[in-house]
Design a binder for this molecule. Structure first.
Ligand code: KG4
Ligand code: ZN
Length: 335
């Protein structure tokens, strides 16, 4: 069989990233430019700033990805890109770059969903056995996704308000931490004691949807009330109390879904999949389920990157997905 080389573009938020992936599961090159520093002073991503950085970086990174791989465009099988969801202006840079390169080099163009990309990072760890379940936890999404077979995605649970990562970022902002606050809070949690009592929304409702805005508000109110009374809050203790509430809900819902659906693999993916508290709790929960392969995506590939997009593009390419020259970014794209 022929070797496939996919060049993939990711530009949905604050990382510009280009990768070349061999046969869907090998990273030949991966070039990423992060813009976090440019957004930090605003406390979150500024869409216009993001778009400008993507434009500056995208062709530089594409050239670097080819050079690092020691390949030319004639070696490539297809060009793939994140079509959505994300910031429309940011997505447009990746989509336009991918379309232009695909057109100029007469290569197939393959659009994919950003979330399918996150889940496909599991392919770099082990081949996914189907049916599979994925817990997709990022700054914009918190979903349980059932894959009865390859390239078949069914959302069985979703957040009704904030995403898990978003709640980390908002709690962190209230504590005066830099954006994005997930990793910092994760580190603080490992120094603290879970002394604060916080809500676990929807934990026993028998369904798979999530809600994190009540928890976020509870943390913010707790800090505000302490401030009014002139009391001090131990931020490390609050961080671990908050983290345990998030992790309890994520693990409980996942465990209920695994009880209900007979799957062969379970994947945890997305930026929040880098969380040590979550990884430890899921590892413990999965220890009792030795018949299911547990595949946490590598910590380095949990956050946004083009390697995961390349893995998803390889799957979509094999299933015949193609974009034409009218392909447009779709900020609200869903499974
Ligand atoms: O997947 P991602 O890079 O971008 C989106 O598609 O949203 O996820 C970014 C999110 C941010 O909210 C960030 O705070 C969170 O992932 N995050 C973490 C950790 N590392 C990143 N949250 C909790 N613990 C972490 N260690
Ligand atoms: Zn993402």
């Amino acid at each position: 069989t022929e070797t496939r080389y996919i060049m993939a573009f990711e530009s949905s938020a604050d990382e510009t990233s280009v990768a070349i992936i061999k046969n869907g599961d090998e990273i030949v090159s991966l070039e990423t430019a992060t813009q976090i520093k440019s957004h930090q002073r605003f406390g979150g991503i500024v869409p216009e700033v993001a778009s400008r950085h993507h434009i500056e970086q995208v062709t530089i990174l594409a050239d670097a990805a080819l050079e690092d791989a020691q390949l030319t465009y004639s070696d490539l099988t297809a060009i793939g890109v994140t079509q959505g969801p994300g910031l429309v202006g940011a997505l447009l840079i990746g989509v336009t770059a991918a379309k232009t390169i695909a057109w100029a080099h007469q290569l197939p163009l393959v659009p994919v969903l950003h979330l399918a990309g996150h889940i496909s990072a599991a392919n770099f760890v082990a081949p996914i056995q189907y049916p599979a379940l994925a817990l997709m936890v990022s700054g914009g999404h918190t979903e349980l996704v059932l894959m009865r077979e390859e390239y078949d995605y069914v959302v069985i649970g979703d957040t009704r308000d904030d995403a898990a990562g978003e709640s980390y970022d908002k709690v962190g902002r209230t504590m005066g931490l830099k954006y994005p606050a997930g990793k910092t809070l994760d580190n603080m949690a490992h120094r603290g004691k879970p002394n604060y009592k916080l809500p676990r929304a929807l934990i026993d409702d028998g369904a798979y949807d999530f809600s994190f805005s009540g928890l976020k508000s509870a943390v913010i109110n707790l800090m505000h009330n302490a401030d009014q009374r002139g009391e001090t809050v131990n931020h490390d203790d609050l961080a671990v109390s908050f983290q345990e509430a998030v992790v309890d809900v994520l693990v409980s819902k996942t465990s209920q879904a695994l009880d209900h659906y007979q799957v062969k693999s379970f994947i945890v993916a997305g930026g929040v999949a880098a969380n040590r508290g979550l990884r430890d709790a899921l590892t413990e929960m999965m220890a009792q389920r030795s018949n299911i392969a547990f595949i946490p995506v590598p910590i380095k590939l949990a956050g946004d990157n083009a390697a995961m997009i390349g893995a998803a593009v390889d799957i979509a390419y094999r299933h015949g997905k193609r974009g034409d020259w009218t392909l447009n970014a779709n900020p609200a794209l869903e499974f």
